[in-house]
Design a protein around this ligand. Structure first.
Ligand code: FES
Length: 576
């Protein structure tokens, strides 16, 4: 080793006798069958997020073995440790309520254990952001490894992928065009392998964003979960972690800079990435004291075309992106808009890694900049009197005619209210109305679930209505399609203007002008504000994690991170 690593001698248990502490630790480690020379090696921790309740992480045991192989061959001692893990469809009310819990768990386990570097195995939506937030706060050499996307499925000759096609098929079922037996059969066809959702949902978005940030080995984002390249990528990640210890870095704070965040935001737009990517990047940046400048982000969107033809904005899937060369062709197209001097986990710059990537070949997944999928980036930031703290719309995945729309508000007071009334035949609703959902934000829901994709009322779905303008303070799955305004801030539960909307009010969405307005006079709104009372407290809100969440969670523009976990403000902003 060129640099001295602390290895197992680091971070000793506090007995007041350092010699005894190390003696005891060594003795216990020997009980696992290690030799003295192994115990003298630098330690690479491996965050083990395998769980029977996280189907997207089904391959984690094989990945851990492959990482260990890479670490051992490079002269390190690999030791895996468990952290909590979050499977998007397995948690109530939403995995987002627990992202910060996973971030705290991961951060404190890294901080408290003897490790010189850490490999973070994540995949499902909230896991990678939680791990990057943790790594940024602990600031030891850290490298991300994702489980990788699933392969696509097929049903009666039609190619299917999670979860854009899950939602589309369910919409057809709700509209009465697919019956019970058929939808049951389809549930066995949508996800034929382990891995993360194979469209450009949040998991794929965060994988691409993490590679762009420089926190993952180049080429690691798009390799399918069950491809042998994924195992080779895992062992290379283990070896890279040892190399980081030898070089003494770079540490996350040296990688996650305003320029790197700007690159990541640029790629988020160009891939037509999940709106959740913006929230997670805000939280990751916040851990190193960098604030997101949303006006600048919107400007970035206006000059960044969507290049990646993947569902839900386009037609392909992640395995196609992998065959097209993964992230490299995207970065190559964007090269003149990126800061290629940003450092990566390899110790080399993004530009050096791009130069070393395989030569491009003809492909149809990543478009050239002069023939983009959409001229503007996938996400627009809206202002207006319904979103004074901002709102966003993924305008690459909407019905274009609805981007500018005025309609009558039909208001739902909570997610339960949607559940209860959306399919009520007596619901007074027309196709050109605007669906409003409130009290579904970080505190209101709580945990800001992916409820912004309000289902089209059954009676309208049966008439063939596939999209309507929908507005909420919730999030939405990155796999969803529709004219859906999200993250309205401040949220209704803390008195944001969404709380003041009444059935029958007129609402105007003007995406080109970046405005979302409630067409009600200021005097009337003042009257309603004076009469507003906050929603009743959540059950169980007085204790435990929920009490901590409600006391400390910040709004969407701060990435919904806890105020007590955010980094010291540096005065730096991104994008630059
Ligand atoms: Fe895990 Fe989609 S549910 S990535």
């Amino acid at each position: 080793m060129k640099k001295k690593a602390d290895g197992l001698k680091g971070k000793l248990t506090a007995y007041g006798d350092a010699g005894f502490s190390y003696f005891l630790r060594k003795s216990f480690t020997k009980s696992l069958g290690y030799h003295d020379d192994e115990l003298a090696r630098p330690v690479v921790g491996i965050a083990n997020t395998g769980s029977g309740l996280v189907s997207c992480h089904g391959t984690v045991p094989q990945l851990i073995e492959a990482v260990k192989r890479g670490v051992t061959a490079a002269g390190g001692l690999p030791l895996d440790f468990p952290t909590i893990s979050l499977g998007e469809p397995f948690l109530t009310p939403s995995s987002m309520l627990f992202r910060n819990l996973m971030a705290i768990d991961t951060e404190e386990m890294i901080r408290a254990h003897p490790m010189d570097a850490v490999v973070l195995i994540g995949g499902c939506d909230k896991t990678v952001p939680a791990q990057l937030m943790a790594a940024a706060s602990v600031d030891i050499p850290a490298i991300a490894l994702v489980t990788g996307p699933m392969m696509t499925g097929s049903y009666k000759g039609e190619r299917l992928g999670a979860c854009t096609d899950c939602r589309r098929m369910w919409g057809e079922h709700r509209g009465g065009r697919i019956d019970e037996d058929e939808i049951d059969e389809i549930s066995g066809r949508l996800m034929p392998t382990s891995g993360t959702c194979m469209v450009m949902g949040t998991a794929s978005t965060m994988a691409c964003v993490t590679e762009t940030l420089g926190m993952m080995l180049p080429g690691g984002a798009a390799i399918p979960a069950v491809h042998s390249d994924r195992l080779r990528n895992a062992s290379a990640t283990g070896a890279a972690a040892v190399a980081m210890i030898e070089r003494g870095g770079p540490r996350p704070s040296e990688i996650i800079t305003p320029a790197a965040i700007t690159n990541a935001l640029r790629v988020l737009l160009a891939i037509g990435g999940s709106t959740n990517g913006l929230i997670h990047l805000a939280a990751i940046a916040g851990r190193v004291g960098i604030e997101i400048d949303y006006e600048a982000f919107d400007r970035l969107g206006r000059e960044t075309p969507v290049l990646v033809d993947l569902k839900p904005s386009g037609q392909h899937y992640m395995e196609d992106l992998n065959k097209a060369g993964g992230l490299a062709p995207i970065l190559r197209e964007l090269a003149s808009l990126l800061d290629l001097d940003c450092r990566t986990v390899t110790g080399r710059t993004l530009g050096e890694e791009l130069d070393a990537a395989a030569e491009p070949w003809p492909q149809e997944v990543v478009r050239p900049r002069d023939n983009p999928l959409c001229a503007e980036g996938g996400i627009a930031v809206l202002g207006g009197n319904l979103a004074p703290g901002g709102a966003i719309i993924k305008h690459s995945a909407v019905t274009p005619e609805l981007l500018t729309h005025e309609g009558r508000a039909v208001v739902f007071d909570s997610i339960h209210d949607v559940d209860r009334r959306i399919d009520d035949p007596a619901l007074d609703i027309k196709a050109d109305d605007v669906l409003v959902l409130r009290n579904a934000g970080p505190k209101g829901a709580p945990g800001m679930p992916e409820a912004g994709y309000i289902p089209i009322p059954k009676k309208l779905a049966a008439q063939g209505v596939k999209d309507m303008v929908r507005i909420s303070d919730a999030r939405m799955s990155g796999t969803a399609f529709g004219t859906i305004v999200l993250h309205c801030a401040p949220e209704a539960a803390i008195g944001g203007p969404l709380a003041l909307v009444q059935d029958g009010d007129r609402i105007r969405l003007d995406t080109p002008a970046r405005r979302l307005d409630l067409l009600v006079s200021d005097e009337e709104l003042e009257k309603r504000r004076a009469a507003w009372t906050p929603p009743a407290p959540h059950e169980g809100a007085e204790r435990g994690w929920l009490a901590m969440h409600l006391a400390h969670v910040q709004q969407a523009e701060k990435g919904c991170d806890f105020d007590i976990l955010a980094g010291k403000p540096s005065g730096k902003r991104a994008p630059i």
